[in-house]
Design a protein. Structure first.
Length: 101
């Protein structure tokens, strides 16, 4: 057994997710959804982007199963699948403050 704790396939899958998370708007969306289930309209207002742009970001996040939807009549509500996905944001934010990076 080698020193690497994961398989090559795990690293490849993680790299795919990291590419998706490399977008600042997607990170903001996920961090907002960490504590709040929001409708598309509420989310667009909070993130301050056009609905079409938000829909594209949400489609990408749904495709990789980082967010889920709930329908209530005509409204669609989004929530994060697992809030731990945004923990690196807090870790890096705290490191930046502490070490002035």
């Amino acid at each position: 057994m080698g020193l690497s704790p994961f398989t090559k396939k795990t690293y490849e899958k993680n790299a795919e997710i990291y590419k998706i998370l490399a977008n600042p708007k997607r990170l903001e969306i996920l961090n907002i959804l960490k504590n709040h289930e929001l409708s598309v309209e509420e989310l667009a207002k909070e993130v301050k982007i056009r609905m079409a742009n938000l829909s594209q970001h949400l489609s990408v996040l749904r495709l990789v199963k980082l967010v889920k939807i709930r329908r209530d009549g005509q409204k669609i509500f989004y929530s994060i699948v697992d809030p731990r996905i945004v923990e690196p944001c807090k870790i890096l934010h705290d490191l930046a403050k502490r070490h002035k990076i």
